[in-house]
Design a protein around this ligand. Structure first.
Ligand SMILES: Nc1ncnc2c1ncn2[C@@H]1O[C@H](COP(=O)(O)OP(=O)(O)OP(=O)(O)O)[C@@H](O)[C@H]1O
Ligand SMILES: [Mg+2]
Length: 284
């Protein structure tokens, strides 16, 4: 017997939640095509709450008109199967019509100072779509905890901010990035990489580590750390979309690192995949 309950409508979700009225609820929002990174979020969620809900929803609102919404890898059966050993848990897998019954949401949540930077520049509207769907999920599920990966550092900072700004009664938990043995951050879109591109992609993390190493030797100027990362990327034929050093909470650009934590973050297109990664740096 499967210990995974799959709910596909808001009504079924509500009925399920009504039966769990006194339990702590944890939400793990995903777009499916689950990998070890997602499963690490689920593991953390299980530690914190009796009821764990994994949402699987490929949210059209966060895809640009020329992005891969149509071809995004979807395999619900396989996802349910990979969640089996974490049961009991519930999967919320609504259709687009269920989430947006009146067509695209007319209400959009936007955090201009945090979206007009880094990935937001190459993907206009993306984080508005993320912020809006996460707010909807928070209202539908009303979780006590919600789990997000640190791989998506900009997304995590935006969600922490919107939770504070709008007083969502949920604790946001960031989970460390799960990597391949090569160092490549796991990502559903890694499926798009050829074997050769996958080898090349390992240098994204190497580039960030080179920057971080320089930081650990005492360098505090963003320009030098970014240049160090660029050197590794260039040596391996990678032209990044950006390499940025920003405050980990506000995402404001940092020139000289002081006491607050910063992230060195990058994005690069390799073949069909657009990949992101980051490392956190903090003076102790
Ligand atoms: N390697 C990883 N380690 C930890 N968390 C991760 C990792 N990859 C994704 N996540 C987290 O899983 C959640 C759902 O992400 P999503 O479903 O978009 O997966 P993804 O691998 O980022 O897919 P894509 O490649 O399409 O961006 C997010 O909070 C994301 O940060
Ligand atoms: Mg993602």
């Amino acid at each position: 017997m499967s210990s995974i309950v799959c709910l596909e409508s808001l009504e079924a979700m509500k009925a399920f939640l009504d039966r769990q009225a006194n339990e702590r609820v944890a939400l793990v929002p995903t777009m499916g095509s689950l990998h070890q990174g997602h499963l690490a979020l689920v593991e953390e969620a299980k530690k914190r709450a009796a009821v764990v809900i994994v949402s699987i929803f490929v949210n059209p609102l966060q895809f640009g008109p020329h992005e891969d919404f149509k071809n995004y890898p979807r395999d619900l059966e396989k996802d349910l199967h990979s969640l089996e050993r974490y049961g009991p848990l519930s999967v919320f897998a609504p259709s687009v019509a269920e989430m947006y019954p009146n067509g695209p949401s007319r209400t959009v949540i936007t955090l201009p100072s945090m979206t007009n930077t880094m990935c937001g520049l190459g993907r206009p509207g993306h984080f508005d779509g993320v912020a809006t769907v996460v707010a909807k999920l928070f209202n539908i599920i009303r979780p006590h905890f919600a789990f997000f990966g640190k791989k998506d550092a900009q997304q995590l900072a935006i969600i922490r901010q919107l939770t504070r700004d709008l007083n969502f009664p949920v604790e946001i938990v960031g989970v460390p990035t799960v990597r391949e043995p090569s160092g490549l951050a796991m990502s559903s879109r890694n499926q798009y990489l050829t074997a050769q591109e996958k080898d090349q992609a390992a240098f994204l993390y190497q580039a960030l580590l080179a920057g971080k190493k320089l930081f650990e030797r005492g360098e505090r100027h963003a320009g030098s750390l970014i240049a160090e990362a660029f050197k590794i990327l260039e040596a391996h034929g990678i032209e990044p979309e950006y390499v940025s050093l920003v405050d980990a909470d506000t995402l404001a650009s940092v020139d000289t690192i002081a006491d607050s934590p910063v992230i060195l973050a990058l994005a690069a297109r390799l073949g069909r995949a657009r990949l992101i990664d980051n490392v956190v740096m903090e003076s102790l």
